[in-house]
Design a protein around this ligand. Structure first.
Ligand code: TMP
Length: 203
């Protein structure tokens, strides 16, 4: 199974993705955690170009090319091999982030994102958790981390609001695989909602 976690910056999806992996591993399942951009040596190198520096460093079009280059390497080196040996792959962000960040919030380029995805990647997730949270709360959390990877957080609150709306629209476009989770609760409550949805999806 290929499971992805999506959401705006600071939504808590990384914590939740790692928690799901720990739970599944504790049940004896073969399961790996990975992330985008990144998850393979080459893709981690591309990640640094994307998440650091000035917000104007790249155009949305260039970002689409870079995210796809990173994704293709990640797919070849990490995701496909793990799925082929029967492991469950839990990925922190995937193409839905490109659909929403570059395809909707940065610019009106959704058609280009879908075209690139069909041509160069061709793999959708089986189940996608969208962690939904108020952008003001999330942005405070994201920037407070001061990770040095704040290029997209630096695009401001209006950008995060467009992202939230974009993810909620996306959930409506892909109702079979997308599950929206209310992220404005304790870490434990969100974790338990995710486990319930996981059991329902794969029962
Ligand atoms: P992260 O902070 O969740 O690791 O993600 C890095 C940043 O990259 C985050 O601000 C979202 C952004 N991003 C895109 O803009 N498009 C994409 O396709 C992906 C995977 C991430």
């Amino acid at each position: 199974m290929f499971i992805t976690f999506e959401g705006i910056d600071g939504s808590g999806k990384s914590t939740q993705a790692k928690a799901l992996v720990s739970t599944l591993q504790a049940q004896g399942m073969s399961c790996i955690w990975t992330r985008e951009p990144g998850g393979s040596e080459g893709a981690e190198a591309i990640r640094k170009l994307l998440v650091q520096g000035d917000p104007d460093r790249w155009s949305a079009e260039t970002e689409i090319l870079l995210f796809n280059a990173a994704r293709r390497d990640h797919l070849e080196k990490t995701i496909q091999p793990a799925l082929l040996r029967g492991a469950t792959v839990v990925c922190d962000r995937y193409v839905d982030s490109t659909r929403v960040y570059q395809g909707v919030a940065r610019a009106d380029l959704r058609h280009l994102v879908d075209l690139m995805h069909e041509t160069m990647i061709g793999r959708e997730a089986d189940l996608t958790f969208i962690i939904d949270i108020d952008p003001e709360t999330a942005l405070g959390r994201g920037l407070a981390r001061n990770s040095g990877e704040d290029r997209f957080e630096d695009m401001g609150l209006g950008f995060q609001k467009r992202l939230r709306a974009g993810f909620l629209d996306l959930a409506k476009q892909y109702p079979d695989r997308c599950c929206v989770i209310d992220g404005a609760r304790s870490v434990e409550a969100v974790q338990s909602a995710i486990l319930d949805a996981y059991m329902l999806a794969f029962s």
